[in-house]
Design a protein around this ligand. Structure first.
Ligand code: ADP
Ligand code: MG
Length: 238
């Protein structure tokens, strides 16, 4: 299950074409990282997959079904933003419960999933606090917790660690990798940080001006970058 396929997907904003026709397959359970310079279309691509933007043309298939016209909530994906997007007036528990409440998940099932997510993310002692009483790393964990309880087919992360300081980023990287191993769920992860890409990815997609410059494992891209652009991004000696 769970394969995500983009078939000749394009996106224009008015006259400006941001994504030229793009083909991409993401296998079930893969940790895929999109890298590329600022403005190259990483977030746009993620938002197209999430359904937060409509494609201009082309098709997106999720788990064998045409998802191109599906609403975000019906795609079975969960997005984690850099800005956390938590509700400041709600406790951690309520923040995490919110998407389940919207989806009509029964209360006892909500509690089971919240306890599971809190244990996985080291948040058990913080469930009654509000976001304002948490550190940046803890807030990011709450945002991830809110994604986990939806039990999505895939997690979409848009530069989730870029607001954290360097030391915390290292720890959170490990936590997200650990979570990927534990859940065995597809993760699509946008970053401009090459260390993140090289250490976390099963597969790296190098983007440039909306098109795919090269796709490969970290080792493949390091050993055989197609050109200087890719080499520059991967930190390869070529
Ligand atoms: P990245 O995440 O790689 O930094 P984005 O996907 O945010 O890049 O943006 C890619 C390009 O699309 C940029 O030139 C940006 O200005 C443009 N863009 C993104 N969203 C919109 C929008 N809603 N309207 C117009 N242009 C947009
Ligand atoms: Mg972006």
């Amino acid at each position: 299950m769970g394969r995500i396929t983009l078939d000749q997907v394009t996106k224009s904003f008015g006259e400006v074409n941001v994504i030229p026709p793009l083909d991409l397959t993401i296998e079930d359970g893969e940790f895929v990282v999109f890298v590329g310079p600022s403005g190259c279309g990483k977030s746009t691509l993620l938002r197209l997959i999430a359904g937060l933007e409509d494609v201009s043309s082309g098709q997106i298939r999720i788990d064998g079904e045409d998802a191109t016209d599906k609403r975000p909530a019906d795609r079975g994906l969960a997005m984690v933003f850099q800005s956390y997007a938590l509700y400041p007036h709600m406790s951690v528990r309520k923040n995490i419960a919110f998407p389940m409440k919207m989806a009509g998940v029964p209360e006892d099932e909500q509690k089971r999933r919240i306890d599971g997510a809190a244990a996985a993310l080291n948040l058990t002692d913080y469930l009654d606090r509000r976001p304002g009483q948490l550190s940046g790393g803890q807030r990011q964990r709450v945002a991830i917790g809110r994604a986990i309880v939806r039990e999505p087919q895939a997690f979409l992360f848009d530069e989730p660690l870029s607001n954290l300081d360097a030391a915390l980023r290292v720890g959170m990287r490990l936590e997200i990798s650990e979570l990927h191993k534990r859940l065995a769920t597809t993760m699509i992860y946008v970053t401009h940080d090459q260390v993140e890409a090289m250490t976390m990815a099963d597969k790296i997609v190098v983007l440039r001006a909306g098109y795919i410059e090269q796709v490969g494992t970290p080792l493949e891209l390091y050993r055989t970058p197609r050109n200087r652009f890719v080499a520059g991004f991967i930190g390869s000696p070529r």
